[in-house]
Design a protein around this ligand. Structure first.
Ligand code: TRP
Ligand code: ZN
Length: 885
């Protein structure tokens, strides 16, 4: 907990370190009531900072200092200065060895940062600034060192002792304890350090590199989970192959390990050679993990593996450059998932997520650039903007350079900067140098926050046979900046003729048409592009594949959107047309609701979705995506003032109408797919995911009809299915239905079957937290008393509280403010236990500007109450104070 007023850190103040660490030698003695950490740091004056020997200031927090030595000479208390978060020593030579011993308490560490215990095992989480809770160090990513680590612990309790790199020795001691030493020859910053000690089993495999050498692959888990590792192992091997083929990147050490832990603040961590994962991102088998969970495991395994190059071999100079590794790696894992599954579906999912959540962040009080200019607590900047928008920025670079040019750029980047800590500018410079282009203006995507708007209008000149598109870009003010300069916006587009075919695209001034889909670079505030040889007025298909993270508007009418849904050659834009049609129809219903008028659904939506449903040629996952109406959170994001009740009522009304009017089509597709599920074994592959996703969205619509045959089908699926995807959907459908007794029974049966599997119980909590039936808060409060629930486990907090506040909008935003009060109480409690989780759970309250005056006042009142609640962590302090500014 903070004792001083939190400091703001600025990018402009960056200075290279005064000292460097060439070698780090660590010894850990793990005990039940404390841990001793002995460090020997081989250091030298950083030549880049000149001569002279300024004081050496090491980072360190919550450490009990036992001894300090310089070149093996013990220092007395008067020879060093010890503060709350620093240790200062005066070196007397340009090269020296610093030795320290400290005592720490992993057994009582609930923040899950530094060294801590999770389900009886020791593990670490050092990114971003957790290493300073382990030992005194220069805990900044531009200080890179080799590491040798010895772990000593009781043999019986902790038979497995792991750290980064290669094992170089191990053996027993006399006292029932044993030791193991690991050596990591690659220089790395301290945030990539890891240590694990526990009673773990492992699944082992091997991978043969392109160059012919084998790598040993191991996934370590608690013994009862040994049967849930195969999917992660397959994903790892696929990732290794993909990175060789697509980026020419080989793995470097002889062993690669993944360890699954139950208590983890995020998804996973890319520690060199020893990735530590939230068990939710490793464990997967048909009976206990949904299709979505299987896909998440594949994506996260890939993400962390890809960091070995984009993050570890080439790392960040400072934390302002976080997107250098995260944006790039998210882009890499997204492309991997697109290659392994359905490319269009992956893109749709990612864009829907970005537009719902990142756009909201970019429009709120915590809005920041992909490369922020300042922060108080870096943990607060592991955001949708740094990750997801950062990935979009990398995607735009590839769109502008083409796949080949992009590969040349990434080759140069990895070659030029291997072993270095660099900046986003270095990344762009490599792209520029490899392609002979100038990306100066493009770099505004790194420095300007906010979601750009791109308004497009058209004009057709029949006589001249020309068609012009006028683009006007603007970007709303964000807390950091009011005036924004124009971005470089790559707009991929096509023009459709009356038959729905793409026409050849020839811009005025060009000799001939250049393809039927192409990328225009919009670089000015207002810019006109004129196409020639256009025989009749076309219909534009704009921003194909979502080629830039902007809010595009074009005055389509509903018939035009229906036409695009049918004919656009770009799969993403077919879906997008359906979404825009749905938004128009839903906004009309919202207005009717607000006027107290009778709700009337535009039949064109029924017709459009009916023909999608009947289309047997279309990928079933696409059918499922197109049948999904925009979510309440997205409708909130695009509203000026979000009317929670109207949004909910309008969307539910539309869903019920669709269910009734399309009942026969939904029922037919449901039954056909359920039949296939019964007769084929579960496979975690795109085609099966697609089939089940259509089956399950159909079932959730069908249940809205309340018909007895649907109840019977749901119960049949719940009882007889062989996988969690079908079972959980059936449960969710019952939980949201009016069948009270059947719902209670299903919940009870499910909990009884899975009470020993915490990840499945998380799903059980989530499904109930998401139920929009009245009384949501009371249900959540009751569930918090369930023996499987604990505030100390982040997955549980996310499953119950996160799902309630983030997804159950109608209940969370109850007009009496009870949801807000509940969340604020929790944040205050979590602040003391786990600041990172506390701060993340706050996000829904920071969106207060979106709501009516009464709700705004209630939300702000709760933020103020948190602010006044006592000693706040820097994490919660930053979010609360910026939200109220
Ligand atoms: N680098 C991790 C990733 O790949 C992020 C991460 C994992 C993290 N655990 C963390 C960040 C704890 C902050 C705190 O995305
Ligand atoms: Zn990452």
């Amino acid at each position: 907990m903070r004792t001083e007023q939190p400091q703001v850190i600025y990018l402009k103040d960056y200075q290279a370190p005064e000292y460097l660490i060439d070698e780090t030698h660590l010894t850990f003695e793990l005990f039940e009531d404390h841990t001793l950490v002995h460090a020997q740091l081989v250091m030298r004056r950083n030549p880049a900072r000149g001569a002279g020997l300024p004081p050496l200031v090491l980072d360190g927090q919550q450490l009990e200092l036992l001894s300090v030595a310089l070149d093996d000479q013990a220092l007395n208390a008067g020879d060093y200065q010890l503060g709350d978060s620093h240790l200062s020593v005066q070196p007397t030579a340009a090269t020296f060895t610093l030795g320290t011993s400290v005592k720490i308490h992993p057994e009582s560490n609930t923040a899950l940062e530094g060294l801590y215990k999770s389900s009886g095992m020791f593990c670490t989480q050092c990114e971003a600034e957790g290493f300073r809770k382990i030992t005194y160090y220069l805990d900044r990513p531009d200080v890179m060192s080799t590491f040798t680590t010895t772990v000593i612990a009781e043999q019986h309790r902790y038979p497995v002792l792991l750290s980064n790199g290669n094992p170089i020795g191990s053996g027993p001691q006399e006292d029932g304890r044993h030791w193991a030493t690991w050596e990591d020859p690659f220089v790395k910053p301290a945030y990539l350090f890891a240590l694990v000690a526990g009673d773990l089993w492992c699944v082992e495999d091997k991978f043969t590199r392109q160059s012919g050498r084998d790598v040993t692959l191991r996934i370590y888990v608690e013994p009862e989970n040994i049967d849930k590792c195969q999917h992660a192992m397959n994903s790892l091997k696929k990732s290794m192959r993909w990175d060789e083929e697509v980026y020419g990147r080989e793995y470097d050490l002889d062993i690669f390990m993944i360890v699954a832990v139950n208590d983890f603040n995020m998804g996973a961590m890319e520690n060199k050679g020893l990735n530590i994962f939230n068990s939710s991102c490793v464990l997967a088998r048909a009976e206990t993990a949904t299709d979505a969970a299987h896909q998440r495991v594949e994506a996260v395994v890939a993400h962390e593996y890809f960091h070995n190059w984009s993050g570890n071999r080439v790392t960040c100079r400072d934390w302002f450059q976080l997107s250098l590794k995260e944006g790039f790696t998210v882009f890499r894992d997204a492309e991997f998932s697109a290659d392994m599954n359905s490319r269009t579906v992956k893109r749709i999912e990612d864009v829907a997520y970005l537009r719902t959540h990142q756009f909201a962040e970019d429009a709120g009080p915590m809005a920041h650039a992909v490369r922020p200019d300042s922060f108080i607590e870096i943990s607060n900047f592991y955001t949708l903007t740094v990750y997801e928008k950062g990935s979009e920025v990398v995607r735009m670079v590839r769109t502008l350079l083409g796949a080949e040019g992009f590969r040349k750029g990434s080759d140069l980047y990895f070659e030029r900067h291997d072993g270095q800590a660099v900046t986003c500018d270095d990344f762009i410079k490599a792209m520029e140098d490899a392609n002979g282009v100038d990306l100066t203006q493009f770099k505004r995507w790194y420095s300007q926050a906010g979601t750009p708007r791109l308004a497009v209008s058209e004009s057709y000149d029949a006589g001249a046979q020309t068609y012009s598109l006028t683009f006007r870009q603007s970007c709303p003010a964000t807390p950091d900046k009011v005036e924004k300069k124009p971005f470089v916006i790559p707009v991929e587009l096509g023009l459709l003729d009356a038959q729905g075919n793409d026409i050849g695209l020839r811009l005025s001034g060009e000799a001939a048409a250049v393809g039927t889909t192409r990328v225009l670079s919009v670089t000015e505030a207002e810019q006109i592009f004129t196409f020639v040889d256009v025989a009749a007025k076309p219909l534009p298909s704009l921003l194909r594949g979502f080629s830039a993270p902007v809010k595009l508007s074009f005055p389509y009418d509903r018939d035009q959107l229906m036409f695009l849904m049918q004919h656009d050659s770009d799969g993403f834009n077919r879906w997008e047309a359906g979404q825009q049609l749905s938004v128009q129809v839903l906004q009309e219903l919202i207005a009717q609701y607000q006027q107290g008028a009778e709700l009337v659904l535009d039949q064109r939506l029924v017709t459009a979705l009916g023909s999608v449903l009947a289309n047997q040629q279309l990928d079933q996952a696409m059918v499922a995506e197109m049948l999904s109406l925009p979510g309440e959170a997205y409708l909130t994001e695009i509203s000026e003032v979000a009317d929670v009740d109207a949004i909910h009522a309008a969307r539910e009304f539309a869903r019920k109408q669709l269910a009734e009017q399309l009942f026969d089509g939904l029922w037919a597709r449901y039954q056909a797919n359920r039949e296939l599920s019964k007769t084929t074994a579960y496979v975690a592959e795109a085609e099966h995911f697609a089939r089940r996703s259509l089956q399950n969205i159909a079932l959730s619509y069908l249940m809205l009809s309340g018909k007895p045959q649907v109840l019977a089908a749901t119960q049949e699926q719940f009882d007889a299915c062989d996988n969690m995807t079908e079972r959980l959907t059936a449960l969710a459908v019952l939980v949201n239905s009016a069948f009270t007794a059947e719902r209670a029974k299903a919940l009870e049966v499910f909990a009884e079957n899975f009470k020993d599997n915490p990840l499945v119980m998380d799903q059980w909590f989530s499904v109930q937290a998401g139920s929009t039936l009245p009384g949501g808060l009371a249900r959540v409060r009751e569930l918090m008393q369930h023996p499987a629930f604990t505030l100390k486990n982040p997955n549980k907090v996310r499953a119950l509280i996160g799902a309630f506040a983030g997804q159950n909008l109608i209940n969370f935003h109850a007009a009496d403010g009870s949801g807000y009060r509940f969340l604020a109480d929790l944040v205050i409690e979590l602040n003391a236990l786990n600041p990172q989780i506390a701060s993340r759970q706050l996000a829904p309250l920071t969106r207060w500007r979106k709501y009516d005056a009464a709700r705004q006042a209630l939300m702000k009142g709760e933020l103020e109450r948190i602010r006044g609640s006592g000693s706040l962590s820097s994490d919660v302090f930053e979010v609360v104070s910026k939200s109220l500014a």
